[in-house]
Design a protein around this ligand. Structure first.
Ligand SMILES: [Zn+2]
Length: 100
């Protein structure tokens, strides 16, 4: 039985509508995820990612490490591990070889 052109048109427009809604949902989820990230960043800036206490800058071998005022955890920014481990033949050197 031949399909009428209007049925093909209906299917075409239904697929178009489905794709439009799918794209709108993905954009909305992307915006929501970014808004969530920015909201968390606004609250957590300068805070320990593990316990939420204030981080204190501690100078160490020419770098400035972030040390938690509560749990004593130490956090490194991008490149600081490589800088600290560059000349270290001990533990930091082995960490650099593993993660570097
Ligand atoms: Zn902490």
């Amino acid at each position: 039985m031949p399909v009428k052109p209007t049925e093909q048109e209906d299917e075409y427009f239904a697929r178009q509508e489905f794709e439009r809604r799918k794209k709108a949902l993905a954009e909305h989820e992307g915006r929501s995820a970014e808004e969530e990230r920015l909201r968390i960043l606004a609250v957590a800036a300068g805070r320990c990612p593990k316990c939420g206490a204030v981080l204190v800058a501690v100078p160490y071998r020419g770098s400035e490490l972030d040390k938690c005022s509560r749990c004593q955890g130490v956090w490194l920014d991008v490149g600081e591990l490589e800088q600290l481990a560059a000349e270290d033949k001990g533990f930091l050197g082995s960490v650099r070889r593993i993660f570097g």
